[in-house]
Design a protein. Structure first.
Length: 507
């Protein structure tokens, strides 16, 4: 091959090799498989359990988007709820309600009553924190009904406690005590409800403090602490925090109201710092209000004004209307005691205006009507269930009676058939006995018997000719008695046969 041709051939091969290599390099590698909404949701829950809340929320948002694309309503409802719950836990109640309101109608499509109860309860808790008691009680009453139907005892105790706290804030202490007593009774029936029991006991302690039943409140705080500290699989880190902070706050308020304010100050300081660390505006505001009360009882009006004003600012910023109301009332009373009439009047007017928006009588009537309606529905459901149970029991009785009657009839038929069978068997046995007896008296002859056509003698097996009666007697049980028939008699005896026959007749 000439050199130029060899060169061209080599260049062509190199070009082909480079082309193939470039195509291989340009070929994209395997792409990672895209995750489904359910997988992303599971990742978010894992991150949440590791307390990586920002990453968890980002994954939950991605799960929401994917679930909408995939049409996965179940994951969408769960992810929306988890975001709402996460925001509620960080006191971002307005933002939490945006997601919870979206989750609620979706969750209603599924049979998971426990989860639906959680959505309603968390929604009510957000409204409660914002001081919107009418929708809060609506949500709590719905959660109560659902959790009762689902036999979710632990959740029911928490919801009942939330209802009691709402009535307490409303100032309806008798109703609050009644519902909280119900929560405690339910919790005491369920061994795994220790944290929920602690929450209910603590809430009732606050009611007792407002009623100035200090000995009862002190006993309730001890019981609440013991319940929170009880070993329980359902106890969480939040429960441990509640055990410490809630009961320390109740103890502090008890000391302030019972005239031991100085002992309360270091406890209130601990509660305030704890609430600040976890970003709880409500916890900080309550601690500041109680600090103010302690300062008033110690005649430190400047310090009291400082604490009440801080509480007012914080509660307004967070939209905590009930705590705004408490701060305004305390400031009005403080300024009135200090002789600042104009300032006190300004605070009183603000207090009255806000109270009318939160605790107006029309809203109280509507809530009472809703609760009565819910109670009526509950009783009607229980009655319907009872009637259904009675109906089923009656049907069971009728079926049982029918089965008994059929069984007795069947037994009667069996007994009658058994009697008939025994009678039939006895009859067969009798007939068989008679047949056996008859057969025992019969000895059968069979086969061809050679007989003389003239003298009627029979030839036996040895070739001898024998009389018929002798042949038969030898071969059967029959015997013969000799006589003369009516045909042969006259032939043999002539007239003598006739006379003998008549003599026999006469005699």
């Amino acid at each position: 091959m000439p050199t130029s041709a060899l060169t061209r051939f080599t260049l062509l091969c190199v070009a082909l090799i480079l082309g193939v290599a470039s195509q291989a390099m340009a070929q994209p590698g395997p792409r990672p498989t895209a995750k489904t909404a359910a997988e992303v949701f599971a990742d978010a829950k894992r991150l949440d359990s590791l307390q990586q809340f920002d990453d968890a929320r980002s994954q939950l948002a991605a799960a929401v988007q994917l679930a909408r694309q995939e049409g996965d309503t179940a994951i969408l409802a769960q992810a929306l709820y988890e975001i709402g719950f996460m925001l509620w836990a960080r006191t971002q109640h307005d933002s939490a309600l945006v997601f919870l309101r979206q989750a609620l109608p979706l969750q209603q499509k599924f049979p998971d009553l426990a989860q639906l109860g959680r959505v309603y309860n968390t929604t009510g808790a957000c409204y409660y924190q914002l001081g919107l008691y009418e929708p809060a009680l609506d949500a709590f009453l719905a959660a109560r009904q659902i959790r009762t139907s689902a036999a979710d005892t632990l959740g029911l105790v928490r919801t009942l406690t939330n209802i009691g706290k709402t009535y307490h804030d409303w100032g309806q202490l008798d109703r609050a005590r009644e519902v909280l007593d119900e929560a405690i009774t339910v919790a005491n029936r369920f061994e795994r409800s220790a944290p929920a029991l602690g929450y209910a006991l603590n809430s009732k302690a606050y009611v007792a403090i407002d009623e100035r039943r200090f000995d009862e409140a002190e006993a309730l705080i001890r019981q609440s602490t013991a319940a929170y500290n009880a070993t329980s699989k359902s106890r969480t880190q939040a429960d441990s925090l509640d055990s410490w902070e809630l009961n320390l706050g109740a103890t502090s308020l008890l000391l302030v109201r019972s005239g031991r304010a100085r002992q309360a100050l270091p406890r209130l300081d601990s509660v305030l710092q704890s609430a600040a660390r976890r970003g709880s505006i409500r916890g900080q505001t309550r601690a500041l209000v109680h600090f103010g009360e302690a300062s008033v009882s110690l005649n430190d009006f400047t310090g009291a004004r400082h604490y009440f004003e801080r509480a007012l600012t914080l509660s307004r910023e967070a939209g905590q209307r009930v705590l705004v109301l408490q701060s305004l009332r305390q400031l009005a009373q403080l300024e009135e005691a200090a002789g600042s009439t104009a300032t006190a009047l300004r605070y009183f007017r603000a207090y009255d205006a806000l109270r009318d928006t939160i605790f107006n009588q029309d809203a109280a009537t509507r809530i009472a009507t809703r609760e009565a309606h819910a109670e009526t529905e509950r009783v009607m459901r229980e009655n319907a269930a009872q009637q259904s149970l009675i109906g089923r029991q009656r049907l069971q009785v009728l079926l049982s009676a029918g089965i008994v009657v059929l069984t007795l009839a069947l037994v009667g038929v069996v007994v009658r058939n058994a009697r008939h069978e025994r009678a039939r068997t006895a009859e067969q046995q009798r007939i068989n006995g008679e047949l056996r007896h008859a057969l025992s008296e019969v000895k059968m002859l069979s086969g061809l018997i050679p007989i003389c056509a003239n003298c009627k003698r029979v030839r036996d097996d040895q070739g001898y000719w024998k009389a018929v009666e002798g042949y038969i007697s030898e071969r059967s049980d029959a015997t013969f008695s000799h006589s003369i028939c009516q045909t042969c008699g006259p032939q043999l005896y002539g007239e003598l046969w006739q006379e003998s026959s008549q003599h026999t007749t006469r005699s």
